[in-house]
Design a protein. Structure first.
Length: 293
């Protein structure tokens, strides 16, 4: 029987800790919250009841180690992962997608390695980083139903690279603090970017990463930051970090997209992010249940 719960009661970090300590094998799926119009009482508090909607993310583990992660809206196939990491150019990625439409990630990895496009180490490191980026992003989520299905793993066509969870949890906690600061600085991803006056002077002597150059290539007041992230297969955390760095370097400026008007949500969005209060009774119940699986 799968373990079910909600992130507003039991954080992703706590789930990772339990999966790590119990050495679990299976898949954690997180869903969008859909309001039911009903209320429920947890402990001494009453709140609105929600049910599971569309899938937001899926993370798989083998013997307590992270082996696979994917997020809704992101292309997690090997070509997209290598392209995002700069190991394949946009043109190379386009050609490979056309010629290897029905090729599995494992088979494609062997073809690319044998053709000297990438090395085995490139594939391993890029897949690892992709999985870590997904997990670090969802560790900041504080709502959404979840379920953990025991012994459910991705198909054999997916490349699985085991990663110890201890360091992931420590790094994730550090990034959560960073995310809170970034969200306060850039709460609205529907804002756009523009270049400052004399952009050529600003960019002289500047060395940008592959991902930073990709973001820069989309800078236009008509493109929202959210659209730029989607076009570059980036998570909200990744795009916020890159935009913040570019902004601090004076390479881009935040602007409102054409036709947008300030709303009450935008005016109040810079309020400090508050962490949800974890109900002790729910935590204890989930701990007992996962230990019994």
């Amino acid at each position: 029987m799968p373990l079910k719960g909600e992130l507003r009661d039991f954080s992703t970090t706590q789930l990772l800790n339990l999966i790590n300590l119990a050495g679990k094998t299976g898949t954690l799926t997180i869903y969008q919250s859909v309001k039911t119009g009903e209320t429920e009482t947890i402990g001494d508090k009453t709140r609105e009841k929600v049910t599971a909607g569309a899938e937001r993310a899926r993370v798989s583990f083998r013997a307590g180690k992270l082996v696979y992660a994917t997020m809704d809206g992101q292309d997690g196939n090997l070509v997209a992962v290598l392209n995002k990491a700069g190991k394949l150019s946009d043109e190379q990625a386009r050609i490979i997608r056309e010629r290897a439409k029905n090729t599995t990630d494992k088979a494609l990895a062997m073809l690319l390695i044998n053709a000297n496009y990438v090395t085995q180490n490139d594939v391993v490191l890029c897949v690892q980083q992709h999985n870590l980026d997904v997990v670090y992003s969802l560790m900041s989520w504080n709502e959404g139903p979840f379920r953990f299905d025991d012994d459910v793993l991705p198909g054999p066509d997916r490349i699985q690279v085991p990663i110890d969870l201890e360091n992931v949890i420590i790094e994730g906690a550090r990034r959560i603090r960073e995310i809170e600061e970034l969200v306060q600085h850039l709460p609205n991803l529907d804002m756009a970017l523009k270049f400052p006056d004399n952009p050529r002077e600003k960019f002289k002597g500047i060395h940008l990463s592959v991902e930073e150059w990709r973001v820069v290539s989309f800078v236009n007041p008509r493109n929202s930051i959210r659209q730029i992230a989607k076009a570059n297969n980036m998570t909200e955390m990744e795009i916020r970090r890159i935009v913040y760095g570019l902004e601090q370097a004076g390479l881009v400026e935040l602007v409102k997209p054409p036709g947008s008007e300030p709303t009450l949500a935008n005016k109040t969005a810079r309020r400090p992010v508050t962490k949800p209060q974890v109900q002790k009774v729910v935590v204890n119940r989930l701990i007992d249940k996962i230990r019994s699986i």
